[in-house]
Write a protein that binds this ligand. Sequence first.
Ligand SMILES: Nc1ncnc2c1ncn2[C@@H]1O[C@H](COP(=O)(O)OP(=O)(O)OP(=O)(O)O)[C@@H](O)[C@H]1O
Ligand SMILES: [Mg+2]
Length: 447
Amino acid sequence: MTKLLVIDDEQSILETLRMFFEEKGLKVLTAETGARGMEQFTKENPQVVILDIRLPDINGLDILQTMIHTGRPVKIIMITAFQDMETTIVAMKTGAFDYIHKPLDIDQVEQAVDRAARIIEIDRKTPSLTSCNDPFAPVKIIGKSEKMRHVFKMMGLVCDRHVNVLLQGATGTGKELTARVIHMNSFCKNEPFIVFDCSSVVDTIIESELFGHEKGAFTSADQTARGKIELAGNGTLFLDEISQLPLKIQGKLLGFLQRKEYTRVGGTRVLKSNCRIVAASNQDLSELVDKGLFKQDLYYRLKVFTIHLPPLEERLSDIPFLVAHFLNKINRELGTTVTKIQDGVMERLRQHTWKGNVRELENTIVQALVGCRGNVLLKDDIDRILNQYRSEPVQGLESFTLAHVEKNHITRTLSQLGWNKSRAARLLQITLPTLRSKIKRYNIRPM
Ligand SMILES: Nc1ncnc2c1ncn2[C@@H]1O[C@H](COP(=O)(O)OP(=O)(O)OP(=O)(O)O)[C@@H](O)[C@H]1O
Ligand SMILES: [Mg+2]
């Protein structure tokens, strides 16, 4: 039987709630002061507490904090006559389960208590998937599926060989992660790992970012600057979204790959670098070669050792392992303690179409954990997050205008990619400035 403790100095509220919840079969305890409430709490160990903020003797927020600090799995619903923002934020931060304003709407209280009782019951029934005191997780690629085992084999083959590596895979499949792990397991693991995103820099400065420039090479070059190739030294240079590299720079990069020599922009001195190149692309480079958008010779140089990262939908069996991994990781980052998942969650996750792949899965878990009040990841929460763009009401024919469809598509893409605009622009195959102007025009904001 659920035990409910109500702490409020208004006798009428105590009576109303007692009658209401006793009728529903709960055991109800009441207290008119904070001190009496704490006494009951210690002695009776209720699962749910309804707690008024303004009490004659102690501030309700202090009681909340004391109760949370006992570490008991209690759900505390705060009530108050004040509608102010600060107390609500403080209460939720401290760990309140819910927050309800007076005058009390009994339906609202009932819903909150029901939900609390339901979560306690699910928590009791669900075994822990992970422990939440794992202090740090190494950079790890998770996967036990056939396809991921193949990826690991390829990585093992190439780690210690000084050859270039090409990583092909859709957005969010783990290309950057794979590049890091290759580096960490390579002959050059104690040398730098330098990232260069070929799509994030405007064409005019890509060359000097990559190869560096001499003082006076152009108007704003008031000092000599080292490029990424130089910074990588004997380590790894990760060239992200290599397909976005302008053709002219592709030529210069090819020259470097052939001779391991290059010059800074505006310079004549020949410099050497022995860095290993790991390049990544979410577009099929061979198709771009056919279209004349990517240099064939460079492609041949890069593709010598290609690793294809499979999309999540081709390895659904990895989802449980990924979820356990992300729970661990996110609990540590957010200070949450979610170690269990409700029955049905995995099934729901398997049914979703993961356009943003592992990144979208990770973002979904982050969103769910931020809203979670307890130890269990609930199916309702996952449903709400995964359905958030499907449930838009159709208001009539105007909902089907091209602009409306475009706005929805952009919103969904941004959300799936954790609001990473350059990735979203790539996936939508529009330029970053175009994406920015559309975000502004449609007034799209993170939800
Ligand atoms: N197999 C995996 N195991 C654990 N975490 C993963 C795995 N794959 C991806 N991730 C995580 O998902 C997120 C996205 O991965 P990453 O940035 O490597 O993707 P990407 O392929 O480079 O995507 P994009 O093309 O959009 O740049 C990261 O937080 C990464 O740590
Ligand atoms: Mg990437």
